[in-house]
Ligand binder design. Structure first.
Ligand code: AMP
Length: 304
């Protein structure tokens, strides 16, 4: 058996508080029944290890829909070799409690890897969104976005939602999923939710739990650098290299930080830009603290 299949044994999933669905067929028939009853169905896809950022997405979903499904699936195909797939936190019991504290959801869709990849890995079928995956994280995480778009399309087909909510925290993912959803004609409304942050500005992430207290303290440089860059642009700076240098300098002020990239790109196409003319732009960072890779971003608009 492929080792990834042993990680989430179905026998662990037992409870009487929320409907936990583990098969695609049952998920589809449940969604069909909900839709037949005229209800609007929202999906919040996650990899679990839920934090306040995820819960905000869930609260938004509950506002916008009658029926909310949260999917929890640590998708092996979006982790490159050497990344943290094995170490990634799996905390289903705590996730169920967190969802209950957030007012509850209708369904947790928690399929096994065998259910999602019945012919094993790598799967025969994949969905790939060209070009948008060449920039930012895509340049460093080989195959990551293909893994994401493939699994998200499977989740869309299994959960049959009217709308799905994703975090702006993963801005490139959101841009790619928007494009995929339109191009594939899924007929699902995609909502991007603003980034939820710790008190010190650190964007919430399941990976923050890998940080020691000093790393966590220093990790505020990401949001500081992004805010500073957006401030420079707001103050009239139009040269992207100036913004990027300023971000690099702020990240470098944290002794434990190792910058992977600092970039400013077109917010829609994600293409690099050198000067800021009118439009919407995305400033984005990836920074390592030890083995832990953190990402953050901000968008800003330049009026014509
Ligand atoms: P993940 O479990 O990391 O795959 O994230 C599941 C969803 O939650 C994705 O759409 C993320 O963008 C979103 N998300 C994660 N962290 C945050 C955050 N701090 N603020 C807003 N959305 C988030």
């Amino acid at each position: 058996m492929n080792p990834v299949f042993a990680i989430f044994p179905p026998s662990r999933i037992e409870n009487d508080r929320v409907q936990i669905i583990q098969t695609i067929a049952e998920m589809q028939s449940t969604a069909d029944a909900v839709r037949a009853g005229g209800q609007r169905l929202a999906l919040v896809p996650t990899m679990g290890a839920l934090h306040e950022g995820h819960l905000e997405l869930v609260r938004e979903a509950k506002k916008q829909a009658d029926h909310v499904t949260v999917s929890i699936f640590v998708n092996p195909t979006q982790f490159a070799p050497g990344e943290d797939f094995e170490e990634y936190p799996r905390t289903l019991e705590a996730d169920m409690n967190a969802l209950e504290d957030a007012g509850g959801v209708d369904v947790i869709f928690a399929p096994s890897a065998e259910e999602m990849y019945p012919f094993g890995l790598p799967p025969y079928t994949s969905v790939n969104v060209r070009d948008l995956d060449r920039y930012l994280c895509g340049a460093f995480r080989e195959g990551h976005f293909e893994g994401v778009t493939s699994v998200v399309s499977k989740l869309f087909l299994a959960c049959r939602p009217n709308l799905a909510i994703f975090g702006q925290k993963d801005a490139q993912q959101l841009a790619i999923i928007r494009r995929m959803t339109i191009e594939q004609g899924f007929g699902i409304d995609i909502f991007g939710h603003p980034i939820v942050r710790e008190a010190n500005g650190l964007a919430m992430s399941s990976r923050n739990r890998y940080l020691n207290p000093e790393e966590r303290r220093q990790a505020r440089v990401l949001s500081q650098a992004l805010q500073h860059a957006a401030g420079l642009a707001g103050g009239g700076e139009r040269t992207v290299a100036v913004l990027v240098d300023a971000m690099r300098e702020i990240v470098a002020s944290a002794s434990l930080a190792r910058l992977q990239y600092a970039e400013v790109v077109d917010a829609e196409t994600l293409q690099p830009v050198t000067a800021l003319h009118s439009g919407r732009f995305l400033a984005a960072l990836a920074v390592f603290f030890g083995e832990t890779r953190l990402i953050d971003n901000t968008t800003f608009e330049i009026a014509p």
